[in-house]
Design a protein around this ligand. Structure first.
Ligand SMILES: Nc1ncnc2c1ncn2[C@@H]1O[C@H](COP(=O)(O)OP(=O)(O)OP(=O)(O)O)[C@@H](O)[C@H]1O
Length: 320
């Protein structure tokens, strides 16, 4: 493997080194590897960086068991990681069950398995999301009318997750693998037009690039970063207004804030009280107790709680 002068390898290493230097304070680091180009380039760069500062690098591969060849892909990927010299490599077998589509269930199972496999309580897990993934997430969110939380995209650091490649395009990880002599696995899903994301990638983004004369992924990633700054600021303001757990809310005080703040306060208040799976509809109904008050009754919430307004205060009680 001759990689010293390759610019793609250098770019991936630089991104990983910057992220590791800024955020890794543990002697252990994990890297989640699907076998695709992004996470293999990430793992190779992480090995290079951690070898220099004595951090133990753990490779984690999730086998969702959804395709006949999934175990073989996982074992082959494990072999590649061992060749790269990772300190420990584990294949995590998960059962994909539960609500929603298979994709969503697989994602839930994957993140749970990765969290459970953390090599130390303060260890982080590197993920190989690139700038293109970020751009696709933002564009999908815009097209679906999602809220700012979705359009703000993925965070570079969201413990235990660390995403060093969010500023790099996918072509760089492919080029890095090529330069290192690593053959990535091509997920057949990535070519299946039945998936919205695949069509967005293959049809929509190239057209947008053409119409806008390039730079679209970079621009969408910038939009996400700006929105993150704004939403973080609003979140911080709301955070300071949330009463301690179990306390009621003063309606007049809340009504003085714009909806963007008010709903954030309500969301935090309800989540802290243990309301599971809070939907936007629930939040709007509780908010209506403030903004559209006409003496309506309580709002029934998941988890057996009811939000009620009485004597100028909002309270939560267990439903009978
Ligand atoms: N089977 C897997 N085993 C281990 N890590 C994985 C696996 N699949 C994905 N990952 C990690 O997640 C990163 C993103 O992968 P991918 O883009 O396929 O995820 P996704 O399906 O878009 O879901 P999400 O964006 O929510 O992670 C990969 O670069 C890799 O780090």
């Amino acid at each position: 493997m001759t990689d010293r002068l390759d610019p793609a390898v250098a770019a991936v290493r630089k991104a990983v080194r910057t992220a590791v230097d800024a955020s890794v304070h543990s002697g252990h680091l994990a890297v989640a590897v699907s076998g695709g180009a992004d996470s293999l380039a990430l793992a190779a760069a992480a090995r290079f960086v951690t070898a220099r500062n004595g951090i133990r690098l753990h490779g984690l591969i999730v086998d969702h068991g959804l395709q006949a060849e999934s175990l073989a892909v996982a074992e082959k990927t494990a072999g590649l990681l061992r060749e790269l010299g990772l300190d420990e490599v584990r294949v995590l077998r998960v059962d994909v069950t539960g609500k929603g589509g298979v994709e969503a269930a697989a994602r839930r199972a994957r993140y749970t398995a990765l969290r459970d496999a953390l090599p130390a309580p303060d260890a982080l897990v590197l993920l190989g999301h690139t700038r293109d993934d970020q751009a696709e997430t933002v564009l999908l969110g815009l097209g679906r009318g999602s809220g700012p939380r979705s359009i703000a995209g993925m965070r570079p650091l969201d413990p235990p997750w660390l995403r060093p490649l969010l500023d790099l395009p996918r072509v760089t990880t492919r080029a890095a693998c090529h330069a290192l002599g690593i053959t990535p696995w091509e997920d057949p899903h990535n070519a299946d037009p039945a998936y919205t994301r695949v069509r967005l990638r293959a049809e929509v983004l190239p057209l947008l690039e053409d119409v806008l004369h390039g730079g679209v992924s970079d621009a969408l990633a910038r939009t996400a970063a700006q929105l993150r700054e704004d939403t973080d600021a609003l979140d911080q303001i709301a955070e300071n207004l949330v009463p301690h757990k179990g306390n009621t809310l003063d309606v007049e005080e809340l009504a003085a804030h714009p909806p963007a703040i008010r709903r954030r306060v309500l969301r935090r208040w309800l989540l802290a009280a243990g309301v599971p799976e809070l939907t936007d509809q629930h939040l709007r109904s509780v908010d209506a107790l403030i903004g559209e008050w006409r003496g309506q009754g309580g709002v029934w919430l998941p988890g057996g709680l009811v939000a009620e307004r009485a004597h100028g205060r909002l309270s939560l009680t267990a439903s009978a």
